[in-house]
Design a protein around this ligand. Structure first.
Ligand code: NAD
Length: 360
């Protein structure tokens, strides 16, 4: 019989409990321990999961409870040290987004994971969501034509973070989706923003990503908006998609609209844009909680020795873009040139299959 993978979660604040709940509910997983330095959080978690050990000492989590894998859901400034200790102690590691505070830290974590043959995954949760899968399927089928641009807005009032600005907090979701849809890395990043509430921590930012062949994406992030907005528009040459993640069922709508220019004209009177107004339709999407799919993928990669869809390399790419955005922000929106960590097809694929640590 297959032995379950033994998992521990570090960080039980806002997001950690969702990871605990999902790992607890997955077959082939033994959620053995939860760790938080805050005793009040631990007490609360113990009251919800009396059969899961609650520990305040991270060293004990790593070496005292027999884990195969660690999930890091602490604030971003702790990701690097917690994940590095986890990898060095031989644990497969899932780190919440963004992977770390700078690209040098991400590179080191990738190197440690590779040298030890461990799975390193980053929680780019939206890449495990059914609407994003559907959008990629539609784009890859050529249904919307060539993508002209993508516009994304992620706005609400709060939750204000103390260690990162709103771009590092919210934009990772949009950036990961955009890179996945376009299948390429930008060449230039611009970012403007302002810190209105906490000095030095921008609460409103606008990032633009320029890609090859004049394609671009804009990402607006805010903790200072009266209404919650989670909307992305993908404008193609033939059709357009609006993805509204706040809708319960109709998250994606495809608009059969476009504008065409006459191929040539001789006089002004000959010149007419052609506007096409067709139907709009809502594809059916079989939904599952994206975080559950993400957690299952982590276990599956450990089991099979595969590189995750959102590996350390994707985590590093995202942090490079965030670093470029921060540099541009400091320089009042000036363009910052970027390049990917490694071309997608040259990224190492499966980690060596590790049967042994899973056999308890
Ligand atoms: N994937 C997603 O959709 C998503 C959503 C929200 C947050 N997140 C990410 O999850 C992570 C946590 O965010 P949050 O909003 O839950 O933060 P939070 O501040 O609410 O919770 C963090 C918890 O970690 C604990 N902690 C801090 N340092 C620790 C340490 N050294 N050892 C053990 N525990 C420690 C704190 O006491 C706190 O309870 C962040 O990286 C954030 O970006 C991801």
């Amino acid at each position: 019989m297959k032995k379950p993978i033994v998992v521990g979660v570090v960080g039980c604040g806002y997001w950690g409990p969702n990871l605990v709940r999902n790992f607890k509910g997955l077959p082939d997983c033994d959620l053995k321990a939860m760790c938080d330095v805050n005793e009040a959080r631990l007490k609360h978690m113990r009251s919800l999961y009396s059969d899961v050990e609650g520990v305040s000492d991270f060293e004990h989590l790593l070496n005292g409870v027999g884990l195969d894998a660690v999930v890091v859901a602490a604030p971003v400034k702790h990701h690097y040290s917690l994940a590095k200790a986890s990898l060095l102690s031989g644990k497969h590691t899932l780190i919440e987004k963004p992977m770390a505070s700078c690209s040098a830290q991400c590179e080191e974590l990738i190197q440690v994971a590779e040298s030890k043959g461990l799975v390193l995954m980053v929680g780019h949760t939206f890449l495990y969501s059914a609407p994003v899968h559907k959008i990629v399927e539609i784009v890859q089928a050529g249904d919307i034509g060539e993508i002209r641009y993508i516009n994304s807005r992620r706005l609400n009032l709060g939750l204000f973070q103390k260690d990162i600005n709103v771009a590092w907090d919210l934009a990772p979701h949009d950036i990961s989706i955009i890179l996945h849809i376009l299948g390429e890395f930008p060449v230039v990043v611009n970012c403007q923003g302002n810190a209105h509430v906490t000095s030095g921590i921008e609460d409103v930012t606008n990032i633009s990503l320029s890609f090859r062949q004049k394609r671009f994406a804009t990402i607006q992030s805010s903790w200072l908006e009266p209404r919650k907005v989670r909307e992305m528009t993908i404008v193609g040459t033939r059709r357009m998609i609006v993805y509204d993640d706040l809708q319960t069922h109709e998250k994606i709508r495809i608009y059969d609209v476009r504008v065409e220019c006459p191929p040539h004209y001789d006089t002004f009177a000959d010149f007419h844009y052609s506007y096409h107004y067709g139907d709009s339709y809502i594809p059916h999407i079989e939904q599952e909680e994206p975080l559950r799919a993400e957690c299952r993928h982590f276990l599956d990669c450990i089991e099979k020795g595969n590189r995750p869809l959102t590996s350390g390399y994707e985590g590093l790419d995202l942090v490079r873009i965030l670093e470029a955005a921060s540099a541009s922000l400091k320089d009042h929106g000036a363009p910052v040139t970027v390049s990917p960590s490694l071309k997608r097809d040259s990224r190492p694929l499966p980690v060596p299959h590790l049967g042994a640590p899973l056999l308890h």
